[in-house]
Design a protein around this ligand. Sequence first.
Ligand SMILES: Cc1cc2nc3c(=O)[nH]c(=O)nc-3n(C[C@H](O)[C@H](O)[C@H](O)COP(=O)(O)O)c2cc1C
Length: 183
Amino acid sequence: MYVLSGDVLERLKAGLLECAKNEEPGGPDIEMPGPGSWPEPYKSRAGGLAQARSSYVAAEEKKRGITAADLPVPGPLAGAALFGAPHLLLVCTTRGVSVPYSCFDAGAFAQSLTLAAHARGLGTCIMAGAVRHPDLLRALIPESEDLVFMVAIALGYPDPDAPINQFPRQRAAVDERAFFVGS
Ligand SMILES: Cc1cc2nc3c(=O)[nH]c(=O)nc-3n(C[C@H](O)[C@H](O)[C@H](O)COP(=O)(O)O)c2cc1C
C-alpha cells in the first residue's frame, strides 16, 4: 500500500481533474469495465443507483439552498478531486503475481481497512477511478514501474451533514442474492 498526501496528492488531483475534463478513458493496470458493460441485473442496479443518488443530492441542495460555491468540490468532478479527501491509499500488487488472486487479497484488505477507519471515526471511499490513469501515479511514486495499481481508497474525516452522505441506499433483499441449497 502507498499513501499519498500533501503536495503529491494535490498533483495527482490536478492530473485526475484534467483527465476528467478531457473525458480521457485512461488505461488502468487491471481490467475495469464500467457498469455500462455489466450484465443484468447489475447494470440496471448500478444505473438506478447513480440516478437516484444524483436526484437526491440535487433535491437536497435545492432544499437547503446549497450552491456550487458552497461545496469544496462541486458537481461531476468531485470524484476526480477525490471528494476533497486529504489522503489517498493505493492498494497494489507486483507484476508477475496472479491478478485474479491479488484481486481477492486487495478486496479483503480494502474492506478491513475501511472498517478499521470507520471504527476510528474516519471516512473512506473505495475508488477505481483514482487508479484509472496509472501513468499519473508512476510519475509521482519512485520505483513504481513494477507495481500494479489495483484500487484506491480516499481517506479523511467524513462530513455527515453532506447530502451525499445522507443518501438512503436501497439494499437488495438477502433472498434476492443469497441462495440456500439443502437443509
Ligand atoms: C471496487 C470499487 C470501486 C469503486 N470505485 C469508485 C469510484 O471510482 N468512484 C466513486 O465515487 N465510487 C466508487 N465506488 C463506490 C464507493 O466506494 C461506494 O460509496 C462504496 O462502495 C460504499 O457504498 P455504500 O456506502 O452504499 O455501501 C467503488 C466501489 C468499489 C467496491
